[in-house]
Design a protein around this ligand. Sequence first.
Ligand code: TYM
Length: 334
Amino acid sequence: MEKALDSKKLGRVFSGIQPSGSQVHIGNYLGAMRRFVRLSKLSETIVCIVDLHALTSVEKREELEKNSQSLAAAYLAIGLDPEEVVIFRQSDVPAVCELSWYLACQFPLGLLERAHSFKDARAKNESVNAGRMFYPILMAADILLYRGNSVPVGADQKQHLEMTREIAQRFNHRFGQVFPIPEPLIEDATGVIPGLDGRKMSKSYDNYIGLFEAPKRVRKKIMKIVTDSKAVEEAKDPDECHVFALYKLFAGEDECEALAERYRAGGMGYGEAKQELFEAMEREIAPLRESYESWISRPDDLRDILKAGAGRARVIAEETMVQVRDAIGVGAVL
Ligand code: TYM
């Protein structure tokens, strides 16, 4: 999809990832991060480490700090160029909290109660902090503060994007045209990356492959991906197989056609397909893993990059907030 987009149509690209685990997984990479790199070559791009969102689940200070550092290293390792792309930590620009409040005062409570993430947490009887409920407002504030036009995300963020659009429309209707209405960029091919058990890959299902996990562990995990129980000699359907679904996202067209043919012909066990997947993944990820290790060993450089990113983000944020405060009638000198 993104091949067909150009800078004019994309406008400013904005997206974020939560530093809620010690490292990102393949679902984050394929559904979002790898696309950030491609989009950043086409249009102005801002990527955020949304540590304020992660506070809804991460309790320990050291953990939050370490996860944020790891995510910064991951952004750089996958090829985001800090000279071109604004890479910053959400909490370094506190205006997002101020804007959240203004948006909260426009946000119907019923809309928040219908949010999937909140309803899921409730259904699981998890202790739900108020931040969990407020989460979509903070996300809307992120996108609107930086006046993002295009927001690349996985399918699980669709509802949050719909809420953001709704709130931007309400705000503009009430106070005048302040915010662009953001477009979600969700791809069919990468919207829902399956995990080892076939459900959406997710930290909370513990069915994930870490992006920078050691190759041995990655291979072990790949060998655990669930498949049907067809015998080696039987013909198999590549389009019904999670292994092939992942393979397609790492291999070239010819390779995919060749493997699909082996599925259909019979005589190939799933173990062989898994080995092919492992090798295709390694080809792409091994150099990124190396780069990640190098970045993570340079915390001072990471800090400098985040600091510079926050400086650039703050300028955009302040431009927005001047308009917002004026539109609402708060904060001006009386
Ligand atoms: P988070 O941190 O849960 O996930 C980060 C990105 O990875 C995508 N993703 C997946 N895509 C496909 N298949 C999967 N299995 C998969 N798992 C995760 C997510 O869709 C997401 O794009 N609320 C957001 C973070 C956020 C944000 C924002 C995003 C905060 N503010 C502003 C965009 C714009 C979240 O929790 O993502």
